[in-house]
Structure formats: structure tokens, C-alpha cells
Design a protein around this ligand. Sequence first.
Ligand SMILES: *Cc1c(COP(=O)(O)O)cnc(C)c1O
Length: 306
Amino acid sequence: MRREELQRQLGISCPSPEQLIKPDWENSQDYQISVKRDDLIHPLISGNKWRKLKYALTNLVESGIKEVISFGGGYSNHLHALAFACSKLNIQLMAIVRGDYSKSLTPMLNDLRDWGVKTTFVDRKTYAKRNNPDYLAGLNKSHPKAAIIPEGGSQQLAISGVAELILELQDSYDFILTPVGSGGTLAGLITAENDAKLIGIAALKGEGYLEQLVSELLPSDCSNSNWKINHDFHFGGYAKRTEALVDFCEHNRQQLKIEIEPVYSGKLFYAAKSLIAKRAFPCGSRILLIHTGGLQGNRAHNITAP
Ligand SMILES: *Cc1c(COP(=O)(O)O)cnc(C)c1O
């Protein structure tokens, strides 16, 4: 199946818009600030998850694979996007979920149930083995026909899908900012070898660890070292938030008419606002923020893991 056909079948709308914004942030008048609206790619197949899954899904369809195993937390945008795509493509998804939510499904897990996903809840210790070769070999043995897609969809196959985002850009930029979770998105952008400096905004506590994840995903012939990860805006960790962050998301929703949420895009925009306020970029810089989508994860306001 050709990719264009797959996009049509799933209702994907690419290229996504590139939008100049005029925020009311301190010093923002001295910069050109744009947003790549990957949140508009699809209402359910969240922005960067589509880019990361596109080649994996094309391969599954082309090779006639009908079972997929993947991993995520109880609010995972990756599992949500993958589950919806699989339901449309008649592929059985088996989701391995960190934590036992069986007594109170999150909105995300409710959707998975409605889309026919088989969900297995595992404790943290088991979940920690998600990339362990022996554990994966065991899964392969019990599900010989299934393809395994890693957490977040971050795998080598994801890289070229993400790199296409850069090829879509109409304008040139000095800085491109993107949130970082499992590193696949940043790695993909790095391989596109654009002139812009890439700045990942860590959405979780992971200094050193996140840089390593990104480096491991880069192809060995990648020569772009014009990137770094900023660790100042994780707000205490993954899905951790403060009232100030939540208020900031709400304020931007009203002022910019762009929906952002506190797990990824909120931290990205907050970082941009703070860095611009302290003039961390040279005056006149052209700055692009990658809105990676993920608004479904915000349906439960008090995110807790069992
Ligand atoms: C998964 C996700 C990210 C993180 O992307 P990685 O490739 O895992 O670093 C960022 N934003 C949103 C909305 C996501 O769902």
C-alpha cells in the first residue's frame, strides 16, 4: 500500500500548517515566532505520533501483519494514536500498560477498549523490561505473528517520518524547539540536517538519559550536532504540573487560539516564553515551535498513576 493511500484511509492531513503567532509574552515583539501545527494533522492520531508511526504502519499493511504489541502509560498518546490507526486498518493491537487501571480506566484506556484493543496491565518492574531483549524474545515467542513497536513509537523506522516535518517547512528558522519524551521526535528532526539549531525541551527529568536516547536513535552517518536538550522546564517530572503552568496553557488558548496541554506542548510554550523573556536568543531570531499534538492526554485533569 502506498503511503498516500494510507494517509487518505486514516484521514491524515499533511503538510500541517505553519503559523506565525503574536503572543503577549515579554520581549516577544523582538522575535519572529511560528508554530508548526502538527496538532492539526488528525483529531485522534496525534501529531508527532503519526509522523513516527507512518512507516511502521505502512510496513505492517504491506506485509500483511495483523497483530501489533506496544507499550505505554495510562494516558499514552502513542497507544491512543496507534490503537485508532490499528482499528481502522483491521490490525489487532495488544497494549502493555504500566500500572493497573483495571478498576478505573482512564479516558484513553476507555477509547482503547472501544476500539477493540487487548490491554494487559503490568507492574512497574515488568514494564521496566519493555526494551529488554530477553523479555521481547519472550513476547515474540508467545505472539509469533505480532510486530512489536517500542514505547512512544520511537524506533529507527520513526526517524524518516519525523524528518519529513522539516521538508514541509515554508520558512527558514534560526531555532526550532520541540518537546522531548522518548527522543524519537528530536532525533528525527536532527537527521533532517536543517540549518536551524534544534532545542529539545525535556518533558521529564532525564538529564543525560534523554541525550543518550536521542543519540542512540541517530543513524551512524548523521553529522548534525547542532542540537541540545534544555532540562529547565519539566516542572518536576513527566506529567507533573504547577498551577502556573496550567494557567499559562489556559491563557494561551484564549490569546493565541491554540490549544496546548501541560504534559508536552504547555512545557514547550512555557520554555519559549521564558527563554524569550530572558533573551536567550539573539534579537530578531526566527523561532519555530513544534506543536506535537497530544491533546487527548489532557482529558483527565488530575493525572495520577496507580
Ligand atoms: C509522545 C509525545 C511527545 C514526545 O515525543 P518523543 O518522540 O517521545 O520524544 C511530545 N509531544 C506529544 C504531544 C507527544 O504525544
